[in-house]
Structure formats: structure tokens, C-alpha cells
Design a protein around this ligand. Sequence first.
Ligand SMILES: *Cc1c(COP(=O)(O)O)cnc(C)c1O
Length: 500
Amino acid sequence: MEYTSTRDKSLSVSSAVAIKTGLAPDGGLFVPKDIPQITKEEIEALAQMSYTDRAVKILEGYLTDFTGAELSECTHNAYNKAKFETDEIAPLYKLTNDVYFLELWHGPTCAFKDMALQILPHLLKKSVVKTGETKEVVILVATSGDTGKAALEGFKDVDGTRIIVFYPENGVSSMQKRQMATQEGNNVDVAAVYGNFDDAQSGVKRIFGDKEYARVLEQNNFMLSSANSINWGRLVPQIVYYFSAYANLVKNDEIKVGDPVNFVVPTGNFGNILAAYYAKEMGLPIAKLICASNENNVLTDFINTGVYDKNRPFKTTSSPSMDILISSNLERFLYHITGCDDVRVAGWMKELAETGRYEVPEVTKAKIREVFYGGCCNDEETLLTIRAVHKENGYVIDTHTAVAKCVYDAYRAETGDETKTVIVSTASPFKFSDNVLNAIAGDGAADGLDDFALLETLSEKGELTIPASLADLRTKPIIFTTTCDKTEMYDVVSHMLNLS
Ligand SMILES: *Cc1c(COP(=O)(O)O)cnc(C)c1O
């Protein structure tokens, strides 16, 4: 299987090159030239397999330059009992007769980003070797919260890699700060940057673009790479859990192979729901893909009108991991839905960069609406949804998952569609305990409680066990206290790599 660029389809590279480089040289994203097909019989067979075997089966269609043994090693290193709280890895929770939650937050950082960031380091390490590269890979990450911790956990102690995470001093929650400052591992470094997320991100981008510095790194046998969500190595592992969810429905006699299922995905950068689209194109019987946004509802408008317009106020919401106005992975979808029209896609992306807006033609709009339904909800509706699900079903969901449930309720009321539906649950409720507690125990219940009192109170009121990885933070020593100015980020990198 060869990969090409969304902005220039004359390009052709292997999956190892796509994963190692992250972004195509023309600024486009790497996409597979064909989409592998899965038969009904193969789906039937998945039902009897473990999560790791399901993962090997899906990945081998895309990563054809990896051997079966290599993929097996990568999946076993990523998805195991030491990393995930359950053998099932991605269990399905049955809410009602026809609604299920796919819990993607049993990994080390309690959010769905673990599903990709636990395996990416292993895929990257192998990709580096395959492409004849001998340098040590240095991952630089700027994070607004969840990604940094998930990347640290994924890369920690992976041979041949180092990781440095920069977070904005005043841009992450105190729990997120603690998660990163207590990070263990002999190849990790963490620094707080004075300023906001943009300061941290622009600092990292400057280092990536600095040719002179790249030469210094090269002389010292290092190369930079990124764990960003546009890397194909982060997207492809996400396709697996859509097949896994379907396989579990078959295994539990909820459906027969071939029956249609809807998926609802709380969306920000469009990575998670794009993986569902690939699953559908591979032959998984997905009826509707429901794209749920918070008040940063650029995608809802895009699906409904064909106009992508990021020129609107950025809102800070109770589902912060979805506070995004540029959904980077949409570019891949546009490439596929236009029949691989790289010229058109490049044009739209140019318009987006220059004016913040582009519009797709009527035919494309119609195709988008065939696949997707788009909806959004605000913080008040999010809170009421958490409250209602807890009251009616005794099940506790986080704010991001609640956005998805709220949009699904609206979809069902509007369409009357009774197709069995899986709502993708992207974070443990403990990750956003203040808002969840206010929802299930009444407004003000979280007032005055510190991080650990919040965990304990939520555990009590929600009758839930606190995930060990969060409970353990209380006794973990703070390891990283470096704070730097935007201009000092080079020094942090050089210091970690012992460059003079
Ligand atoms: C990152 C994230 C999302 C959004 O996923 P995308 O792939 O960016 O659309 C949703 N929920 C949680 C908890 C996240 O961390």
C-alpha cells in the first residue's frame, strides 16, 4: 500500500515514510492510495478475537511494509494489561436496547488519545529503522492538556526515542499539570512555557522549521519528529476500535453481521470520526456517522451548509479537548469524497489559510450529507445530558461524551431513526470531575474542592472507582519544575539532548 499527499497525488511513499515524516513535503496530509476491503466473513472472524488480534488484522491492510510479527509486537506492546485497566481494552457499555457507549478511556491517561499514542511510538520506531534511519528520534509536543500526557506515557522508555513536552503555564488544568510534572521515564522532559497555548505551539513550530538547528541536531545524531494528530500513525490505530465495537455487538448477539449501526463521535480535530469513515469505506456496515460539536460548531455548519468558516469567536467550553476552529483531518476526508481531487483540496486549504473560509460545491455537499449528520450543543445542554443519563440509567459520562449523547438525542428526535447506535465515549468522567460532579450532585457540588477531593466526591456520588493512574498522582513526586520563556525553548531541548 502506497501513500500520497492530499495536495499532490503524484507523490508516492511507503507507510513507514509517511509515519516517520508526519506531514507531506507540500504541506498536505498523507492518505492511502487505496482503501483495503474487509469481507463479512472477516468481520465474523473478528468477533472471536482479542483486541490486539483485531488490531493486527486491520493494520495489516494499511501498513503493508510491516511484517505480521512486527505488527503483533507493536500491538502487544501498546494494548496490554499493564497499560489498560481492562483486558477488553475498548469495552462496550449497553445503555438501552439500542444505544451503546464505546469506552475508549481505560488507558494510562484516561482519555481516548491513549488508543493511538500507546502504539504510535512503536510504529514510529520501526518506521525509522525501515527507512534506514540511524538517528535517535526526538519528539517535540506543544499541548493544551490531554495530548502531552498521552504522548509522554506512550513514548516513555521506548528505546531510540526521546520526548519533550511544552505546556502553557496558564493554559492547562491543575490536574493536567500534575499529570505531566510527575511523569516518569528515562527519556522524557517537560517544561512549562510562560504564555498561552499559541506561545508554546509557535515556539515548537519555530524549532521544527529551523534548518540551522536541524543541522546541529543531525551532527549529534538526532532527528525531530511529531506526535501530532495529523500523523498517519496516529490515525490508523483509531480505525481498529470501530471494527472492535461492531465485532463485540456481533459477539454479544446484539446484531448479525451485515446489520447497519450508527456511530456518534464527539469531534474536534476530526481525527476520530475520520477513522470511522475509513472503517465504513473498508466495508464496515455503518449507516450514519453523527458528528457532534460543542459551541465551537464550525463542523456542524460545514456539514449543513458546505461552508467552512473559522471566522468566529473561539469559545472556551466544558469540553475543552473539542475547542478547535481548524479541524485539520477534514482535509483527508475532502480528498476522498472529491474522488482524489488534489488540486481542489490544495485550493480550499489555500483559501482557508488566507481568508479562513472555503465553500464546497453542491455535489460535494450532497455526498457529505449522505455520510454525516452534524449537530452541536452548549455547556448547559451538556450538563443536563450528564444529569439525565445518570438519573435515568445510573451511568456517568464525561463532558465530551455528553456532547455526543446530546446531539444523538436531537438526531433521533428529528429523524426517528431506530438503527442501533454506538456513542463513542472519549474520556473518563474523572478527567473532568468538577463539571461532572456539578451535573450529577447539583450545581455547586464541586465548589471549593481540590483535585483529589473532587475525585473522591465523584467516586462517592457516582458510585465509581477512581482510575488508579489518577489516584496515584497524589503520592507521586513532582519531577519537572522547569519554566521557560518562549525564547528559551531551544535551551530546554539542547539541555535535554546534552548539546553544547
Ligand atoms: C481529542 C479529544 C476529542 C476530539 O477528537 P478529535 O479526533 O480531535 O476529533 C474528543 N474528546 C476528548 C476527550 C479528546 O481528548
